[in-house]
Every structure is written in C-alpha cells, then in structure tokens.
Design a protein around this ligand. Structure first.
Ligand SMILES: Cc1cc2nc3c(=O)[nH]c(=O)nc-3n(C[C@H](O)[C@H](O)[C@H](O)COP(=O)(O)OP(=O)(O)OC[C@H]3O[C@@H](n4cnc5c(N)ncnc54)[C@H](O)[C@@H]3O)c2cc1C
Length: 500
C-alpha cells in the first residue's frame, strides 16, 4: 500500500477518533460544513466494510502493478504549512525548500491566487535603507543584496530569468527643524551599519534638486545606493515559481478553522489543560472541505493574519491566548498623474515632512504619489474604492508647494489624476512594526506579519529568518527577536520612526 493511502487510512482514523474537541471556524455556515465533513469521515472510517474494501482496492491495485494513486487535490499532510501565498508566504516557502529541497514537505495555502486584494500586488514596491531601527535597516540591506542577484537566486531551469524591473533611485526624506534631531540620530545608526546615505542642508538640496522648494526644510537625507523600486507582481511570481520548482505545493483554498486538542502537559489532576493544534480545515474554490495535518504552521496572511490567529483562539482565550495579533487592514490610496514637464528621470522618491510621497513611474512623465491618512481619517476598509477628494485636499496642495513644476497638472485637460488604486497595509496597530517569530502559547505556530508600509522590500530577508528559526531553531543571519510578540504582552512598543 502506498504512502498516500496509508496516510489517508491511518491519519484520518486518528483524527476522527481523537480530535473531537472543538473547531474554531469563521462563520456558522463554515462550522456546519466542517461538522458535516467530520461526520462523513467518521462514518467512513467506522464502517469496517468500507475500510476492508479500501484496503482490498489497494491490494488489487498493487497486484496490477499500479503503485501510485493519482495525486490528491489537497495533500493530507505537510511538515510546514504556510497560510498566505503573498510575498511573505512565498519567500518563506522558497527559503525553506531552498535550504533542503528533499527533506520535508512545504505547503502554501492561498485563498486568492489572483491576489486581487493582497497587499503585495497593490503595493508600490519601494526599497530603502532609511529606517530608525537597526533590524529594519539590516533586513532591507540584506534584501537589496538579494534583489541585486535576483536572477541567480530565483531563476528556474528552462524558464526565462525573472525580471523585476528594478529602478535604482534614492529616497529623499525631508525634515523640518522639529524632525532634524531624529534624522541625525537615524543617519548615525544607518551609517554605522554600512548604509549608503548622506545628509544635505537646504542649500545643498537646492543645488542637487533645483526644482524643489526648500521652504521650511532644515535637513534632507538621501540614499545613494540600495534604494529604488521594483515590480511587486514580478517579484512575487519569481518567488512562487522558484518555490514550486523546488517542491513547494501551493493549494488554492481558504483556511477556515483548526482542530484543537486539549491535553495535560504535566501528569496530575491539578495541571491546567493546554491546547494544541496539528490539523486545519480549508475550503477549496468549489466550497469543499479538506483537512490537512501539519507539523509547523506559519501565519503569513498579511492584513488578515489576526483573523487566522483568532481561529486558533489567539486573542480570545485566557492568559497567553488573551492578546490578539495587533494587525488589521488599513486602506492606502496611490494616485497616478501625468506631468511631462516635471522633474524627470533624476528625481528621487521624495518624502515630504507632511508624509506626502511622490516618485516617477516609468520614463514618460508619469508620477505616483500618496499619503497615509491621520488616525482620525482612516477610511473604510470594507472595499478598495479610491477617494479622489483625498488627493485634492491632502496630497495635491503639498505636492505643488514642494515641487512647483507639478502646478502644470492643474492645467491638464481632464482631472489631475489619470488613474489611482487602493491597497491594504498589513498595519500593526501596536507599533507599526513586524510581528515575527514563535507564538508564545502554541510551540508549533509562527508569525510573519504586520510590516505595515515596508513588507515587500524585506521579504527576502524575512523568508530567510523564518527558515533559520524553523530549521536551526535560532537566528543566524539577522536577529529578529525584538520583533517577537513578547513586546505586545509586555506593552513595550518598538516604534519605527520612518513609516510612510
Ligand atoms: C499602497 C501600498 C503601498 C505599499 N508600498 C510598499 C513599499 O513601497 N515598500 C514595501 O516594502 N512595502 C510596501 N507596502 C507594504 C507591503 O505591500 C506589505 O507589507 C507586504 O506586501 C505584505 O505581504 P504579505 O505577504 O504579508 O501580505 P499579502 O500580500 O496581503 O499576502 C497575504 C495573503 O494571505 C492570504 N490569506 C489571508 N487569509 C487567508 C486564509 N484564511 N486562507 C488562505 N489565505 C489567506 C491573502 O489572500 C493574501 O494573498 C505597501 C502596501 C500598500 C497597500
């Protein structure tokens, strides 16, 4: 009897016999589906005649020399299961498989393989070294090096090498007098870590960027290497394709619940029962339920990671389960406009002290821009509609004041904005920084989420860090222990000053 059918008979019997504690699922409809799925499974395996016939079938096949069953639509078991096939999940899967392609199974579960609402594909794909935290600077510098050699890392035999359309161009952060001290502090840290950044006084800025109005600016910080932007879709596709070529299984489905077992960690009547989980339920594109057994679980569900964690009772139980993952979707608009007489090719990605950012898009006089809303202006996240008034009231005035050449779009034929889109930040409401590493309650559950505005650029380094944590059981390349969930329990936020 081959391995698959053995798994099928043994593991599912085990499941229905032992794991009937409670299923946490998203909606009452899903709970009902899971209940029915379990009931059917139980019936099948409790029926000795069915089991006998299944074994008989197997031996029949074996006798006919048919040693392999057709592959299952959803494998029953995977040592590592990653929920979310965006840039984080795909980079983690790639790093795991790249380390040891034949040693274990890796499965990525993604509910929307077209990525219509994923942060990754709706991002603007920028990379910079200018952060205020050592970890973020290191993650970004590692990723820049990875992207420089992306063809070497992510090429797949007999396929064209990936082309992520990398545009090397520095970020220019501008500070008023109030922000000068922080900028000097950040600069010292960045330089100490080897980042290629320089500070510029207003007269220097004016010389280098004559189109800029430096009124109110005390200092600028410009990155002259390791910064720029790339095509997010191309990078995601490259990670995914490479991960698959190394043996990762991508499954189209939505994780809707976990089978949770209650057990006594220490023998004795007084010990408190703990929960653990090694089984998840997913709903495929036809609405059918599948059960997957896992050894380790990585939650990389972007803006929806907290919802996935809740299925494991995280944020809804006592003690260590009482703290939810502080990540939620926050809508951000990106506006595109034409200005053929704008600053042109040498323009850096400029970030005004107000938070308005702008960069060129391509070489034909197009620009993209945006700004994060103030906390009291956060838009509705139930849809991805764009608020064009936000551009008029919160972006356009600053843009024109800082770069008077952009006045030209006022006179363009139609509206100022030629197109626009919205996406969700995987926003960490606690301190706008990554929530990474092991969950303190479940020793087989890990998190990679909450990067807010800077996830896509850090994905190569984050994938590697997760691989080290899972396989080596410690950090080897970059220590990310400051990003563990512990800081949320201890109420010690780790603020990144440079969130755009
Ligand atoms: C407008 C905008 C601009 C940005 N600009 C930048 C930038 O310049 N530089 C930068 O570094 N970052 C930027 N970001 C942030 C960056 O895009 C994100 O931090 C990063 O893409 C997060 O990747 P992810 O894989 O965690 O999330 P996602 O890409 O959202 O992937 C998570 C996936 O999980 C899946 N999923 C969720 N729940 C389930 C479930 N229950 N079952 C199965 N699948 C599930 C989702 O379908 C989704 O595809 C920007 C974001 C936005 C919105």
């Amino acid at each position: 009897m081959n391995k698959i059918s053995l798994n099928f008979l043994v593991k599912n019997r085990y499941l229905t016999d032992r794991f009937l504690f409670r299923t946490y699922a998203v909606s009452s409809e899903d709970i009902e589906k899971i209940r029915k799925f379990k009931e059917d499974r139980k019936k099948n395996f409790e029926d000795p005649l069915r089991t006998f016939n299944a074994i008989k079938d197997e031996f029949g096949r074996y006798k006919k020399g048919q040693f392999k069953l057709p592959p299952l639509k959803v494998p029953l078991y995977s040592e590592y299961v990653v929920i979310g096939g965006g840039i984080m999940g795909s980079s983690i899967a790639y790093s795991l498989k790249n380390r040891a392609p034949d040693s274990f199974e890796v499965m990525v579960i993604e509910r929307d393989p077209k990525y219509t609402r994923a942060s990754t594909t709706l991002s603007v794909g920028g990379i910079r070294q200018q952060y205020s935290l050592e970890e973020n600077i290191k993650l970004s510098m590692y990723s820049a090096e990875f992207l420089r050699n992306v063809k070497q890392h992510l090429s797949v035999l007999d396929d064209d090498p990936p082309d992520i359309q990398f545009q090397p161009q520095g970020y220019l952060f501008l500070a008023t007098e109030a922000g000068e001290e922080q900028m000097l502090k950040n600069h010292k840290l960045q330089k100490g870590l080897g980042a290629k950044v320089e500070l510029m006084k207003p007269n220097h800025l004016k010389k280098k960027f004559p189109w800029m109005n430096t009124d109110g600016i005390a200092l600028g910080s410009y990155g002259y290497e390791n910064e720029g932007w790339f095509d997010p879709w191309a990078l995601l596709s490259a990670f995914k394709r490479k991960a698959i070529s190394l043996g990762t299984t991508y499954v189209h489905g939505e994780v809707i619940g976990f089978e949770i077992e209650k057990y006594l960690p220490v023998k004795g009547e007084d010990s408190v029962p703990e929960l653990r989980s090694n089984f998840l339920y997913l709903k495929d594109e036809l609405g059918d339920i599948h059960c997957v057994e896992f050894g380790y679980l990585v939650i990389a569900g972007g803006a929806y990671s907290s919802d996935i964690a809740r299925l494991l009772h995280i944020g809804e139980g006592p003690g260590l389960l009482s703290v939810p993952i502080p990540v939620e979707p926050r809508k951000r608009y990106v506006y595109v406009f034409n200005c053929p007489t704008g600053p042109g090719i040498d323009m850096p990605l400029l970030i005004d002290p107000s938070g308005v950012y702008v960069r060129r898009e391509g070489l034909g006089g197009k620009y993209i821009c945006g700004r994060s809303p103030a906390p009291n202006e956060e838009p509705d996240t139930s849809n991805l509609e764009v608020d064009y008034n936000f551009f008029e009231s919160h972006v356009w005035p600053t843009l024109c004041q800082r770069i008077p050449l952009f006045e030209c779009i006022k006179h363009s034929d139609n509206s100022k904005v030629s197109s626009a889109w919205a996406g969700f930040y995987d926003y960490n409401t606690f301190d706008q920084n990554a929530i990474f590493g092991p969950h303190p309650y479940f020793n087989n559950v890990f998190l990679a989420t909450g990067f807010s505005d800077h996830g896509i650029q850090m994905a190569p380094a984050v994938g590697r860090a997760m691989m080290e944590l899972l396989i080596d059981k410690c950090y080897i390349t970059i220590d990310l222990s400051k990003f563990h969930l512990n800081r949320v329990y201890q109420e010690k936020p780790l603020y990144e000053q440079h969130i755009v």
